[in-house]
Design a protein around this ligand. Structure first.
Ligand SMILES: Cc1cc2nc3c(=O)[nH]c(=O)nc-3n(C[C@H](O)[C@H](O)[C@H](O)COP(=O)(O)OP(=O)(O)OC[C@H]3O[C@@H](n4cnc5c(N)ncnc54)[C@H](O)[C@@H]3O)c2cc1C
Length: 441
């Protein structure tokens, strides 16, 4: 018989009516059955949950937005500590910082910040949680001007493995702050609040262009020589759907005027005239909402990533084309996300986020509806990633992939040793652990 004495917050058990909803992460490929899910409303609930898990010797996971690609925020036969109820928020106008509870999701956060005339660079999905997003880096359409989400992190409050509440900033627990800037979620303790630097924002210009699939090679060649090096006020992505699944699409957000953007973008436009081109000047919030689209409750998918540190060669483009021509389903896409700009201005060892110098991130994605399509899509993703390994390096920890065997090096590169050292200091008993948590050594 489970003794839940000592837990506080909203406790969900397998017998609770909302258990099936509560045990779902965003990726519906996974079906896990926790013993207890506790929705925390206060830091004290998180403390109680960690102490309870220790006492009961119950393995646990931390969850914020539940968007881990591999559902690492869920566990079979264990406890899920859900921080989504930590919703405090205080804006400090004088120094443009914001203190927020660890449970916020991206779009509501952008909306609140917009009312103050500021924003935080973060991802495009409206329902991704701020905790996982920040701790694993955080890339979005403002990253080339304002950096990764983690680059804007000034302070965290964290519940440790001993159940104590500590603060990490530039004057105390400096090493922990370093680790929280991209060292991945779930390894050191449970973050209960964040302090961020935010940035003034108003109107932006959004652009979109399309080309036929047959232009793929030329389009990628031109885009990769331009997007990572262009004006840092422009962050641009390229979507390459597989053959017969729509046009190639470049898109981006520019913090400036349409006239300036048209000049900046002319190398791309002139090199390969697109099928369609659109420019729209609109508020940053409206742009974020348009990019987010209608929020989905879940999707079934397998995705992975790798970084291009050098331009994709002819041989790499052959592989890319070949895989996109032979996709197994109806929703297979590769997207390229331009780095450079503010991301590359920070030295590799200055934060745990190690991938400062790639040209772009390659994001391999596959979605399906029927269970019977799962295997071929997963094989396609893994085959694609493997075939591109000679031309790529590392992977993005926020696009967790259980099939990357050397994941710790791929995600953290030369920062792994320091992360393991910090892990031993703050969580020597490895209480905060999951399949891809920072190892003790
Ligand atoms: C549809 C979709 C779109 C995405 N778009 C983007 C994008 O545009 N840019 C981008 O950079 N990423 C993007 N991502 C990836 C996303 O940033 C990561 O999956 C991120 O880790 C999700 O955070 P979460 O809090 O929602 O997830 P969760 O599954 O709740 O958590 C992710 C990890 O962090 C840990 N964790 C959660 N809360 C805490 C806490 N309070 N303290 C310590 N550890 C914690 C969890 O245990 C887990 O290991 C996207 C993901 C999806 C599914």
């Amino acid at each position: 018989m489970l003794n839940i004495g000592g837990l506080s917050g909203c406790i969900i058990l397998p017998s609770s009516p909302c258990y099936d909803e509560a045990r779902q992460d965003y990726n519906s490929r996974f079906n896990k059955y926790p013993k207890v899910i506790v929705y925390c409303n206060h830091t004290k609930d998180v403390v109680n949950a960690v102490l309870w898990a220790r006492r009961e010797q119950m393995p646990f996971r931390l969850r914020c937005g539940g968007h881990s690609y591999e559902a690492y925020s869920l566990i079979n036969c264990g406890l899920v500590i859900d921080v989504s109820g930590l919703q405090a928020m205080t804006y400090h106008k004088e120094n443009q910082t914001i203190q927020i509870g660890a449970g916020h999701r991206l779009l509501p956060l952008y909306e609140t910040l917009w009312n103050e005339g500021v924003t935080l660079p973060g991802g495009t999905c409206p329902t991704v949680g701020i905790s996982g997003q920040t701790l694993g880096g955080g890339y979005g359409y403002l990253s080339r001007i304002f950096g990764m989400t983690c680059d804007n992190l000034l302070e965290v409050e964290m519940v440790t493995a001993q159940g104590t509440v500590i603060c990490a900033n530039e004057s105390q627990n400096i090493d922990l702050l370093w680790a929280c800037r991209g060292g991945g979620g779930g390894s050191f303790g449970a973050i209960t609040s964040f302090l961020f630097q935010v940035h003034p924002i108003g109107n932006v210009v959004r652009f979109r262009m399309t080309w036929e699939f047959s232009s793929l090679r030329n389009v990628v060649q031109v885009w990769q020589a331009w997007a990572p090096f262009t004006d840092p006020r422009l962050t641009s992505l390229m979507a390459l759907p597989s053959k017969n699944q729509g046009d190639l699409r470049a898109s981006g957000i520019f913090v400036g005027t349409e006239l300036e953007l048209r000049q900046i973008i002319s190398p791309l436009l002139e090199a390969i005239p697109p099928k369609s081109v659109e420019f729209h000047t609109l508020s940053w919030l409206e742009a974020a909402k348009q990019i987010a689209g209608s929020p989905l409750r879940s999707e079934t998918f397998k995705s992975t990533s790798a970084y291009a540190y050098t331009p994709l060669s002819d041989a790499a483009l052959d592989q890319l084309t070949d895989y996109l021509q032979n996709a197994p389903g109806q929703a297979n896409v590769v997207s390229l996300a331009a780095y450079g700009g503010a991301i590359s201005q920070i030295p590799v060892q200055a934060t745990a986020f190690a991938h400062r110098q790639p040209l772009f991130l390659i994001h391999y994605q596959s979605y399906w509806a029927k269970e019977s399509d799962a295997d071929k899509n997963i094989r396609w993703i893994e085959g694609f990633r493997s075939s591109m390994l000679p031309y790529t390096r590392g992977a993005y920890q926020n696009y967790a992939d259980s099939l990357i065997l050397d994941w710790s090096d791929a995600y953290f590169g030369e920062n792994l040793n320091r992360l393991m050292h910090i892990k031993r200091k703050y969580d020597p008993d490895n209480l905060f652990c999951f399949e891809q948590s920072i190892p003790l050594g």
